[in-house]
Design a protein around this ligand. Sequence first.
Ligand code: DX5
Ligand code: ZN
Length: 233
Amino acid sequence: MGKALGNPWRRLGQGPLIAPSLLACDFCRMGEQIAQAISAGAQVLHCDIMDGHFVPNLSMGPGVVKSVRNFTDHPLDVHLMVSDPKRFAEVFAQAGADSITFHIEATDKPGEIIDFLHARGLGAGITLRPGTPASAIEAVIPLVDMVLIMTVEPGFGGQEFMANQLPKIRRIRSLLRPQQRLEVDGGINPRTAALAASAGADVFVAGADIFGSGDIPAALEDLRKGASTERKS
Ligand code: DX5
Ligand code: ZN
């Protein structure tokens, strides 16, 4: 228990992955809810980090990630929504993340952060706000293990999926090598997971749909069905 195993994206093979977003946990019952999600088959745990500056909300700090790390050796997929990703990549690598994703809008030196993560054996992901065009990350795509397409405006759980991001998912998928992962985050439920899967997504972050459901195993099972929808090119 409690071991960072490093870059999870290749280790987990090629099929669709479900990544419950811990932001939607009941923080007083986090361990119990994480254990339920893992035994119901969730392969990755998604940790949303907000600094009240890059996004207008605060979430969890490194202490929480460290506790989750001590609780499980399941892959921790840390999503930084912060204005200083270089500093916080170091902080959350130290806290036990297996992969760290940062926003292209927050840095003009993405290569330095990616190199730092790879030098530590961690996965590196790049992400972008819904209003940022795919072209903003095209130069970085060959360097990362995973691209995260935000399907809501980052900052809050429980928002509605933005279907206008589907063309971006298709476009980015066409630029990825087969081993690179394409994650979607925001408003994911069985229906929207199916839409994103048919556009090329293969990692599905879901918060409210899983932890707000009252039945974590049933929610995961339904999500898995949506996520298994075949890609249409
Ligand atoms: C939003 C976060 C998401 C969020 C998703 O800023 O990045 O990970 O927790 O939550 P749901 O699935 O509830 O939209
Ligand atoms: Zn997220």
